[in-house]
Design a protein around this ligand. Structure first.
Ligand code: CMC
Length: 432
């Protein structure tokens, strides 16, 4: 919990009011303005929440200027090199690295909850064959709540754990089923002898007709990508999960809301958009044209995979993913991958361009991830789903943290009303 560090005096409307200044373990201080409206009668105005902390959190720390990302204090670089997604999931949920027996038990629980009710699989019949998998994810993940009335008491810590385990275990199964629906193949049942990442690849790519062996390189690369996408503090989708959950909504509904928010091209949808952009650039063979478009204020085009609300330095996740990209493409004998070449060239041009330097726009996590996904044979429309699978852990960790926070109350931002002042109803016949 943060500490009161000082007091600041603000003078809205000419009168003085004292507010506490709170300090966390790291990061900027925050002015506690909770009493501002009740005592001084004014709101703060902060569209996009550029200067507003909405909660305390002990899960993830980001220093955007230095390009630092830590889960529960552990640098992302160390977790990427030494940990596994399942271990990171435990860490994010429970705050510490697990002991060997805790890890084994957790792995076992997740592995044995990967199947979904057969009735849930029938939901897919209602979707058009070419429905975007994210559209199906929003609906089907949210529908899980309809199957688990027995464990939806959000005030019961045991119920919260059960929901967390179910969401983390079943999201990959639902994600793979979305793809199978798109291509008309039968849904594959999970395999308990495989790791989290390998099981997902198996359900995505395998068929009942023949053995499917998961490439160990693909398994490790995917596990790493899951680690890197697992959490990122109060981003749009996580804040959506928190806001939805603040009303007491069940976690399946909240995660479904998070998936909907993630889908947008400014957030998780960027990884799919990056590949489209790189293809256009590659075919056009003309990076300068796209750089010029990105800089043109009259053109809505933005360099996808570039820029970040928090990072004003290289996104540490992008740095790791770029290295993995090299390894994956080298080992798949695809080292002359034209899209990777285009991405490297684009990065070089953009990071040396005054427009991008001035605005501190660097490649973000989505810039290189799609190239790896494609090299692993994952279809483009599944890229954002991959993000959702990994981020489910972060969403659930934040939901659990919020629900057990003594300061937890319904989220309810205020507004500056700019509409018409009071006026009287005009009968239809009197309107011109
Ligand atoms: N291409 C060109 N110009 C850009 C870009 C870009 N990708 N990103 C920001 N800018 C410019 C923007 O036009 C503005 O310029 P000016 O000050 O002259 O008006 C300035 O940089 C600041 O941008 P902003 O829109 O105020 O910044 P923001 O913090 O509101 O938006 C962002 C952050 C990530 C939405 C934005 O950088 C963007 O749209 N990037 C492309 C989409 C993308 O890659 N999203 C993935 C984000 S990382 C993964 C995730 O969180 O899901």
């Amino acid at each position: 919990m943060s500490e009161k560090k000082a007091t600041i005096t603000l003078q809205p409307g000419g009168r003085s009011w004292d507010f506490d200044v709170l300090s966390g373990t790291e990061g900027p201080d925050a002015i506690d303005i909770r009493k501002l409206y009740s005592e001084a009668g004014v709101f703060t105005y902060d569209p996009g929440f550029l200067s507003t902390a909405s909660c305390h959190s002990a899960i993830t720390y980001i220093d955007g200027n230095e390009g630092i990302l830590r889960y529960r204090g552990y640098p992302i670089e160390q977790l990427a090199e030494k940990s596994t997604f399942i271990e990171v999931a435990w860490l994010l949920l429970y705050g510490e690295l697990p002991t060997a027996s805790q890890l084994e038990e957790f792995r076992n629980i997740i592995t044995h909850h990967t199947m979904v009710n057969e009735a849930l699989l029938r939901f897919f019949e209602g979707y058009h064959y070419d429905a975007h998998p994210m559209a199906m994810m929003v609906g089907v993940v949210g529908s899980l709540a309809g199957f688990y009335h027995d464990s939806l008491d959000i005030h019961d810590p045991r119920h919260r754990d059960i929901c967390a385990h179910r969401l983390i275990a079943k999201t990959p199964t639902i994600a793979a089923a979305c793809h199978k629906h798109n291509i008309g193949e039968p849904t594959m049942y999970p395999r308990n002898d495989l790791s989290y990442a390998a099981n997902f690849m198996y359900m995505l790519k395998g068929t009942p007709c023949e053995e499917y062996e998961v490439d160990p390189l693909a398994e490790r690369a995917l596990d790493l990508l899951f680690i890197l996408h697992a959490d990122h503090e109060q981003n749009a989708s996580t804040s959506t999960v928190r806001l939805a959950g603040s009303s007491g909504a069940n976690p399946f509904a909240c995660v479904s809301a998070g998936i909907a928010s993630l889908w947008g091209p400014a957030h998780g949808g960027a990884n799919e958009a990056v590949l489209k952009m790189l293809e256009e650039i590659e075919h056009a063979g003309n990076i300068d044209k796209y750089i010029a478009r990105a800089k043109d204020k009259n053109d809505p085009f933005r360099l996808m995979g570039f820029g970040h609300r928090v990072y004003k330095n290289y996104d540490p996740r992008a740095r790791i993913i770029r290295e993995v990209c090299h390894k994956v493409l080298d080992q798949l004998a695809d080292s002359n991958n034209p899209l990777f070449e285009a991405a490297l060239r684009l990065e070089e041009v953009a990071t040396n361009d005054e427009y991008f330097i001035e605005r501190k726009l660097y490649p973000n996590v989505d810039f290189y991830s799609g190239i790896i996904y494609r090299a692993l044979g994952i279809p483009d429309n599944m890229f954002t789903v991959m993000f959702a699978i990994a981020r489910t852990v972060g969403w659930v960790a934040h939901w659990m943290e919020m629900v057990s926070d003594p300061e937890f109350r319904i989220g309810r931002p205020r507004q500056i009303y700019d509409g018409a002042p009071k006026r009287d109803y005009v009968p239809l016949e009197a309107r011109s």
